[in-house]
Write a protein that binds this ligand. Sequence first.
Ligand SMILES: Cc1ncc(COP(=O)(O)O)c(C=O)c1O
Length: 307
Amino acid sequence: MAQNKSEFIWFNGELVPWDQATVHVTTHALHYGSSVFEGIRAYEVNGAAAIFRLGPHVDRLFNSCKIYRMDIGYSKKAIGQAIIETVKVNKLKGCYIRPLVFRGTGAIGVNPLPCSVETVIFAFEWAHYLGAEAIEQGADVGVSSWRRMAPDTFPSMAKVGGQYVNSQLMKMEALSHNYVEAIALNYEGFVSEGSGENIFLVRDGVIYTPPLGASILEGITRHSMITLAADLGYTVREAMIPREFLYLADEMFFTGTAAEVTPIRSVDGITIGSGKRGPITERLQSEFFGILAGEVQDRHGWLTPVA
Ligand SMILES: Cc1ncc(COP(=O)(O)O)c(C=O)c1O
């Protein structure tokens, strides 16, 4: 799928035309994965763009910088404003926004500290990541032969570029098996997450999701889903989940900014529940998408209007 473009990219405080936002080949992040980033969505609400959970995304970007000792050089408020500005100047409504902080030029050795720290923000129109059909019908996925990193190798709470080579191995393997996405186990063999999504299971009316200690990214959609599930009176348990629990679930779904809330209808060729989106998944989706469409009250203050 070709990359959608927009007109301007916010590059270290300047608005630069999309095609001119380039870097030098000695950029440290190109060689060593030394970048941290966010994925944020804006939705069209009452004819204008509204950014979903801007504050938590900016907080997580700064937390990733902290873990990797990167001095971004801007305040959270300035980055939040720059994100709003990037959507506004490109006249976007529903879009995906990618803030990226990376180690630039200055040294080619592994030590990143002598390198510049650069910040870019771009935004573009992006449809449902795992397909519009999967949002209703559910996705066919497989357990990856690649594991998530152990907690003392890469910190999973940081959203760092280099970590996504593991996600790429998972994703390519899944596609080669005709699955749309993979589920990774953690270093102990318990369920972790997708290549770019958190995972939820439903069994006997209770909702389960792996805890932070299962090498997952602390997903903002995951947090939103836990909050909405509690609002609707469901019990949510964060628990270590053995692989076979996947096969025995009544319902299952991924959450993520890109994937939003996507049901899973089979794992490793084994049908989950009735093989269709389950009723609890559908109820949570309708609450989630209802808020994003401005049809359900934004009672938690999750939307930041761009205008
Ligand atoms: C590895 C991984 N897990 C989970 C998620 C979901 O996180 P969020 O809901 O904040 O997008 C993402 C996406 O950012 C991810 O890349």
